[in-house]
Design a binder for this molecule. Structure first.
Ligand code: AMP
Ligand code: MG
Length: 351
């Protein structure tokens, strides 16, 4: 009886020793895998820079498929859109429409972009106006990057004349047929970069739904997917009067788009005055009260039109209108003072 009892006691002690060894092994393995997880290699990003739509386009992609192929496909799309929607290339669809005195039947994509432009013009009370082609050509902002371009300030009567041949109400679009009344000309420069970014994001997602990265077309940025699959991208907003890279604010995004319009992008100086590319559709002159606007919105195309519109509308009105339209914004006035929509602060934190 005693012996048996002793035997069973001995067995219990042996078992618990084994258990301790097992627990120790488990802890060591746990530590090992924790360290491995912590130092695991993060997904690598591949990037490429190109020039399209009159600006530098940087595409940054990480994918288990072929990131290089995704980048090439996105850049090809940028060049295709550039050729198709250019106001200066005589072969572009926009030039064909602008040249024609008759109704022009357009393809589905062109109809979509024009239709959205008209809708955004209405939503922003004409501050974003896709039918300012005559004014923009008069000032020369469509040719400002040409080496032969010589800036001149148009006379009041020239501006008056170009203003009469402006205004989105003169664009008629029905059943994919475009009619431009009153000799207006299209200029989609305020929205086409956003459209190209949206297309680029769709292409990336079609080629690899798990792809992450971003597209940066001259400070107009669309997020392909969160950094390393789950983290925020920190995005700096350019200080409009600072050197390139100096920033006035930092926001965090995992998705959506952030688009900036600035008076430092396309401009010329004359007698100490800056004449830049964002025109007031009411006066025909460059806007003076604002020097930069940045808009965050789910779609880059909307953000692009909104940032141009906010530039024209000024901070007070834009701070009210933008959130209603689904955007948040940062506005910098002529005194270099920044103001924000109420919801902007949301993007200043990692949630
Ligand atoms: P963004 O840099 O997106 O603000 O677009 C500026 C470009 O949009 C200019 O270079 C012109 O081609 C065009 N643009 C200028 N003023 C306006 C305006 N009020 N509404 C729509 N497009 C404009
Ligand atoms: Mg714009």
């Amino acid at each position: 009886m005693l012996e048996m009892s002793n035997g069973s006691q001995h067995q219990t002690m042996k078992l618990s020793k084994n258990s301790w060894i097992l627990i120790l092994i488990f802890i060591i393995l746990l530590l090992f895998f924790s360290i491995l997880f912590f130092f695991r290699s993060k997904p690598e990003y591949v990037s490429k820079v190109d020039i399209a739509l009159g600006t530098t386009v940087k595409v940054v992609v990480s994918s288990d498929k072929d990131p290089g192929l995704i980048i090439e496909a996105i850049l090809r799309e940028f060049h295709r859109i550039d050729r198709k929607f250019s106001v200066t290339d005589p072969k572009s669809v926009i030039s064909q429409i602008n040249k024609s005195e008759n109704p022009v039947e357009v393809d589905e994509e062109t109809a979509f972009v024009i239709e959205r432009s008209i809708a955004l013009a209405r939503a922003t009370e004409g501050a974003f106006d896709p039918a300012l082609g005559n004014l923009i050509t008069l000032w020369g902002f469509d040719r400002i990057n040409d080496s032969a371009f010589k800036p001149t300030i148009p006379s009041d009567s020239q501006i008056e004349e170009a203003l009469e041949k402006s205004g989105y109400e003169n664009i008629l679009l029905e059943n994919d047929v475009v009619i431009l009344n009153n000799s207006v000309k299209l200029d989609l420069g305020g929205i086409v970069k956003g459209y190209a970014i949206d297309r680029g994001l769709s292409i990336a997602k079609e080629m690899d739904p798990e792809a992450t990265g971003y597209i940066d077309a001259g400070r107009d940025i669309g997020i392909i997917g969160p950094k390393f699959g789950g983290e925020y991208w920190a995005i700096a907003v350019q200080d409009p009067r600072g050197d390139s890279g100096e920033y006035i604010d930092l926001v965090y995004l995992k998705k959506g788009a952030i688009v900036t319009s600035g008076d430092y992008e396309r401009f010329f100086m004359m007698d100490g005055v800056r004449y830049h590319h964002i025109l007031n559709p009411k006066t025909g002159y460059p806007i003076r009260e604002t020097i930069s606007t940045t808009v965050i919105s789910p779609d880059a195309m909307d953000a692009d039109a909104f940032s141009t519109a906010a530039f024209v509308l000024g901070s007070e009105f834009s701070a009210v209108l933008l959130p209603v339209l689904g955007g948040q914004g940062l506005f910098v006035d002529a005194q270099n003072k920044a103001t924000y929509t109420e919801g902007w602060s949301f993007f200043k934190e990692k949630h």
